[in-house]
Design a protein. Structure first.
Length: 197
């Protein structure tokens, strides 16, 4: 039988969060999880996800575990890429067309939808401020998304993020140009780059 110290060790190894499947792999039954919750040694933060009581929970990571199809985008991706100083008040995600967004919107997420063939284009692994890995869009895809949806965003944030992107050493202007063509924002991107380069 798993003791509390072993459970805490497993939680630390998993960044403070434990899923039911991770617990089962470690030899902790669903009934044992229920007993840990009942005794107050563990807190159920979402369906199938547990954390230590009073632990700050990484909402981005938990949401990604619960909904693996979401991709962090727009202002959230800008923040994770350090292209803006503005800490997002709510998180922005992109999902494929046909995805039920009701629960995400109820939970305070800003949700964009896109055709399925473009949904995973330009995805990368990003690190949250809690150190967990989530899926988001890369630098170039994020810039293109912000240009496509500039009317639904703060234009000052969009402009500042492009300025920051241009100054980065890890930028890839060829990839940016190709993605801008794909998403129909090539002319708009060129007008920004002519001023900044």
């Amino acid at each position: 039988m798993i003791k509390l110290e072993e459970l805490q060790s497993i939680l630390i190894q998993n960044g403070g969060i434990l899923t039911t499947s991770q617990a089962n792999e470690a030899g902790i039954s669903n009934e044992r999880l229920r007993l840990f919750v009942q005794s107050g040694d563990l807190e159920r933060v979402a369906f199938g996800i547990y954390a230590l009581p009073d632990e700050l929970v990484d909402k981005m990571y938990v949401t990604q575990v619960l909904r693996p199809k979401i991709i962090y985008s727009h202002e959230t991706a800008l923040f994770l890429h350090e292209l803006t100083d503005r800490d997002p008040l709510g998180y922005t995600v992109t999902v494929p067309s046909g995805y039920n967004t009701t629960k995400l919107r109820q939970d305070g997420f800003t949700v964009f939808t896109i055709k399925r063939e473009f949904h995973e284009l330009g995805t990368v692994k990003l690190t949250t401020i809690f150190g967990h890995t989530v899926v988001g869009y890369g630098l170039e895809r994020t810039i293109c998304d912000c240009l496509r949806n500039r009317n639904q965003m703060d234009i000052a944030v969009v402009t500042d993020s492009i300025k920051r992107y241009v100054r980065r050493k890890d930028k890839n202007l060829n990839s940016l140009t190709q993605l801008a063509e794909t998403f129909g924002v090539a002319k708009l991107l060129t007008s920004y780059l002519e001023v900044l380069l």
